[in-house]
Design a protein around this ligand. Structure first.
Ligand SMILES: [Zn+2]
Length: 701
């Protein structure tokens, strides 16, 4: 077989030569990769059949070829999707969407092959494998079973029918949310209607009014008209700053009732989604969708999630009640009608005023203390102290996709290179997707020939770029984001696992994957760490302590209400998917109302039908998994508290604990159950107390 692939492009190993991956080249060469992988897979299947017959089932015979073919697909498509995110163009986007279905198809083929499934099961039966290998195998088999592979043909048909319908329903769900959001607007012409809004919001609204009327050729920020819409930036800013209470009420009601009536009504879609998920879970042998979802997660059981959420709920409720009381009194002092209580559409507005008065924190004004280079230096110093590594600049050593991209190596205590990473720091709206993320460029691996690959990570942020006369001056949020992504990167890069299936973040349960990233964020609030980083880029002066205190207070400001809101979402999601007998004859709307009784401080108003736009669980991947946000926060706060208990000033002990963190959570990745790894670090099961303390709540007894 000779498919004459240009080997200089899709090498499937080593660092990609990004510049060579032009849309034209990809368009020409990628189909050959797909063709080759399809053929390879066919060969693997037939070889496996002979192995089955001749009883030659062993880890190396089975898992190595599977891992190699998966890696080829991951590598090749990885470059394309990476470039699609960081060096986008119309041509590349076209090529990307053209090949995406084929890649999904190929992935499904790998994951749904009955032949592979039987071989994997045989491998599990026959062999005395190590714990790590058993875990990899178990997860692989379970994933295949969850896609319906072990069902009889009738059941499988049904299963596939449900899957297809669920796919349609979730697309319909998000389209309805989008259409309902986009169809609502108000044109404001009076200045009294936009009173209190900052200039950047007025500009946003004036621009969208200009687009709306088309015939206005000059945007008039000061005199309007302004278009009020339900898109998040406008909605949030209006709720936070607009002093016109009637308009806030109108906007709020429109927002919380989105997609719950008329042609964009999601009510029946929700019913059908919940029913089909229940049926699908039953087919796979689970009592509920929540049970199915949790079976592959660290939480593992519904009652574990309920328990954790309850531990947070009661102190959060108490804190939220106090915050609301305080806010009401503050509003009365500032002239709010004393015969009334604050309504849902008043909370953000008065909170912002209170925040301004209490904290007087101007985040923009702190940027000069956070130039990128110093922040990086501080982050690397911290990592060196905690994890016995050295980070060294290695620009020029690796091909890059944009001149601003930086490249670094990580050395261990013997000065041996153990990993590398790219950092693409700046926002580039013309060709780079928003947000921040860590992705794997290369995974740690030792192949069948004994060749070793060291891990390489992509760290991508979207922070403020430098200007002519200034370096990149970061906001404190941007600093936290960088620490967060670096935490993910550390788990990818400091792994000690040679099997790519469980190296780094691979095979880590979804509700445990945010542990290292959120753990690193905690250090931004450590006084020593932060004040060592924050030096004014011109004067070299350290950030005033007073500003550090403000950043800390801001972190916990109205933490009760914020936490309670997340808990409300998490419990609602979990119970809707748990088939509880107490909810048997209730609609999702009623169930949510019921849950709201002890998870909100202000009862949802009649119009509030937020389930109809709860896209995370009805159109995204969070169903029976929304709790993960809180779960990971508990883990990371608890891990950090081990350092706090030892005393953050005590460098020697901090180093020891840091080493332990590296040797467990960062090194072992997905090789063992996350609870086991956590326990070997912390010496016990996770506890909620540290998070409760960080949020400033008092624990109810
Ligand atoms: Zn993350």
């Amino acid at each position: 077989m000779n498919l004459s692939i240009d080997n200089s492009l899709f090498t499937c190993k080593g660092l990609p030569d990004f510049e060579k991956f032009t849309p034209g080249k990809i368009n020409n060469d990628f189909p050959k990769i797909i063709e080759k992988l399809n053929l390879d897979f066919k060969n693997i299947e037939s070889t496996f059949t002979t192995y089955l017959e001749s009883n030659k089932i062993s880890w190396d015979n089975i898992m190595n070829p599977l891992s190699e073919i998966n890696e080829e697909l991951r590598w090749s498509w990885g470059v394309i999707s990476h470039l699609n995110s960081v060096n986008n163009s119309e041509e590349l986007r076209d090529v990307y969407s053209k090949f995406l279905p084929q890649v999904i198809n190929l992935g499904n083929k790998f994951g749904q092959s009955k032949n592979i499934y039987n071989v994997l099961k045989k491998l599990r039966e026959n062999n005395n494998l190590s714990t790590i290998k058993n875990r990899i195998l178990d997860k692989e088999i379970t994933a295949m079973e969850h896609s319906g592979i072990s069902l009889n043909s009738e059941e499988q048909k049904e299963y596939n029918r449900f899957s297809e319908r669920l796919g349609e329903l979730s697309t319909k769900f998000s389209n309805n949310v989008l259409d309902a959001t986009n169809s609502w607007f108000l044109i404001l012409k009076e200045k009294s209607q936009v009173d209190g809004l900052p200039e950047r919001v007025l500009e946003l609204m004036a621009l969208s009014a200009q687009k709306h009327f088309k015939n206005i050729d000059k945007v008039n920020i000061k005199n309007g008209p302004w278009k009020l819409t339900l898109d998040i930036p406008t909605y949030t800013a209006f709720m936070n700053y607009a002093s016109n209470r009637e308009l806030r009420e109108l906007l709020y009601k429109a927002f919380v009732s989105r997609a719950s009536q008329d042609e964009n009504d999601n009510t029946e879609i929700i019913d059908e989604i919940l029913l089909l998920r229940k049926k699908q879970a039953k087919l796979l042998g689970y009592n509920s969708w929540a049970e199915l979802s949790l079976s592959t997660k660290m939480a593992s059981k519904i009652e574990n999630v309920e328990r954790l959420l309850e531990e947070l709920r009661s102190p959060a409720l108490e804190a939220a009640e106090n915050e609301l009381l305080f806010l009401n009194n503050f509003a009365y002092q500032k002239g709010f009608n004393k015969n009334e209580k604050l309504k849902p559409w008043d909370i953000s507005f008065w909170s912002e005023l209170l925040r301004k008065e209490k904290l007087n924190l101007d985040q923009e004004a702190l940027r000069p203390w956070f130039p990128l280079n110093d922040v990086l230096k501080g982050l690397f110093n911290l990592s060196e102290k905690l994890f016995e590594i050295t980070v060294v600049e290695a620009n020029g050593e690796a091909p890059i996709w944009n001149k601003d991209v930086l490249f670094f190596n990580i050395l261990d205590s013997e000065k041996t290179k153990i990993a590398s990473f790219y950092l693409d720091p700046f926002s580039r709206p013309e060709n780079k997707r928003g947000g921040a993320w860590m992705d794997e460029c290369l995974s740690k691996n030792k192949n069948s020939l004994g060749e070793e690959t060291i891990p390489v990570a992509y760290l991508v942020c979207n922070q403020t770029p430098p200007s002519n006369d200034k370096p990149s001056l970061m906001s404190f949020d941007e600093v936290q984001t960088l620490f967060h992504e670096f935490g993910h990167g550390l788990q990818h890069m400091l792994t000690k696992i040679d099997l790519p299936q469980a190296a780094g973040i691979n095979n880590v349960e979804w509700d445990a994957v945010e542990l290292p990233s959120q753990f690193m964020e905690n250090w931004c609030f450590d006084k020593n760490t932060l004040l060592n980083i924050a030096k004014h880029w011109q004067t070299g002066e350290t950030l005033p302590e007073e500003d550090y205190e403000k950043l800390c207070s801001n972190r916990t400001f109205h933490g009760g209400m914020a936490t309670l809101r997340q808990i409300h979402f998490a419990i609602t999601d979990l119970r809707l998917h748990s088939n509880l007998s107490s909810y048997k004859n209730k609609s999702p709307y009623e169930i949510r109302k019921d849950i709201a009784k002890d998870t909100t401080v202000l009862d949802p108003i009649e119009e509030d039908n937020f389930l109809c736009c709860f896209s995370h669980i009805f159109a995204g991947g969070y169903s029976a998994g929304y709790y993960s946000y809180k779960w990971a926060e508990v883990l990371s706060a608890d891990a950090f508290s081990m350092f706090e208990e030892a005393g953050l000033e005590n460098d020697k002990i901090i180093k020891n604990i840091g080493k332990k963190f590296r040797d467990t959570i960062l090194s072992q990745g997905g090789s063992l159950p996350p609870l086991e790894i956590f326990k070997s670090f912390r010496g016990r099961e996770p506890q909620t107390d540290p998070l409760i303390r960080h949020l400033g709540f008092t624990k109810a007894n």
